[in-house]
Design a protein around this ligand. Sequence first.
Ligand SMILES: NC(=O)c1ccc[n+]([C@@H]2O[C@H](COP(=O)([O-])OP(=O)(O)OC[C@H]3O[C@@H](n4cnc5c(N)ncnc54)[C@H](OP(=O)(O)O)[C@@H]3O)[C@@H](O)[C@H]2O)c1
Length: 353
Amino acid sequence: MTWRDPIAVMRALIQKAHPYRGLGVPNPVVAAAVIRDGQWVADGVHVRAGCAHAEVLALDQAGDLAQGATLYVTLEPCTHWGKTPPCCDAIISAGIDHVVWAVDDPSPHVRRLPAQCVLEAAGIGVTGGVLADHARFLNPAFHRPQSDAPFITLKLAQSLDGKLALDNGDSAYLTSVSARRYVHQIRNAVDAIVVGAQTVWMDDPELTIRHGVEHGQAPAVIVASRDPNTPKRLCDTRLFAVDRPVYTTTLSTAGITHVQRVNANGILGPSEPISTVWRSPYLLVEGGGAVANQLLQAGVVDELMVMIAPCILGGSRGWGGNSPDALARCLRYSHTHVHQFDDTVMIQGLTGV
Ligand SMILES: NC(=O)c1ccc[n+]([C@@H]2O[C@H](COP(=O)([O-])OP(=O)(O)OC[C@H]3O[C@@H](n4cnc5c(N)ncnc54)[C@H](OP(=O)(O)O)[C@@H]3O)[C@@H](O)[C@H]2O)c1
């Protein structure tokens, strides 16, 4: 196979980086490849802060073959000293002829001295913006304005007619196996998953990481409920079948601000700020409809991931909350990306980025 189409190369790099989404926080996950005369010579993925950057990994692996080659990278190369030297210096020393990247690096150092200025001054051709909207989903929190709030991804699986479940509550499983595997990869990138109490009672979900996705500890689970009996009832659910923290929360107009840990005997701990639960800012909300509507209404959903299965469920279990009085006031998402997992279509979109 030859690699002459920049979009094909970038798509392959995004796929390489995707399993590491969220794992390198505070650093973004980045993938890079050296392509020479249509041949894939070398690649690298930057996974964690302090490790070599993707460009440097790929250039080191390529050695002399980097001379006159094209470097592809999912994020604009850095031009400043951080924990490691500027990647642009390494690119120039390696003799790269052309650099193609997907999405611009929003960090102030790079915006003060963009890679284009440094590389063009060294006689290197640059092309930015190749599959930028797709690559943005590798590190969506990194691309949003600075914030202390969690980055909330709302993931829902719906039918063609916008329903999340049958009227009798059955919703397992609407989507294809490959779509579910993708969701398990996304679970691996978060420290906590939020679900509504009704989803727990009706589905008794495991909310673990399966489908062959390599992972560490299962994410914490935060159950939205205002019912004082919920902590005791939770002890009999599968949420306690694995070793991980379980919390309850009350949703407010500010979204999710505090949680209370539930121990294995159903006793509630003190109220703690939500920031105690996560190491990375990523929080995944997996429904159901009532919780989704509350968070959408609170305006705290940063990323929407809607899986659409080719079926009609009918009935009344839709989502989205109240209808605004004008189309101009409906919630709209930007940087949308559409992906297909066998018979399931996923639409991803971002707000406020
Ligand atoms: N297709 C999908 O993607 C998907 C995903 C998840 C679930 N589902 C399906 O959706 C159904 C359940 O969804 P649902 O809409 O009925 O319920 P839900 O969103 O799972 O849970 C609703 C519960 O959330 C709690 N809640 C609501 N507002 C709250 C607030 N302000 N603060 C704290 N807690 C609050 C309440 O619990 P208390 O009553 O305890 O206070 C309420 O009963 C099931 O059939 C499930 O299979 C589908």
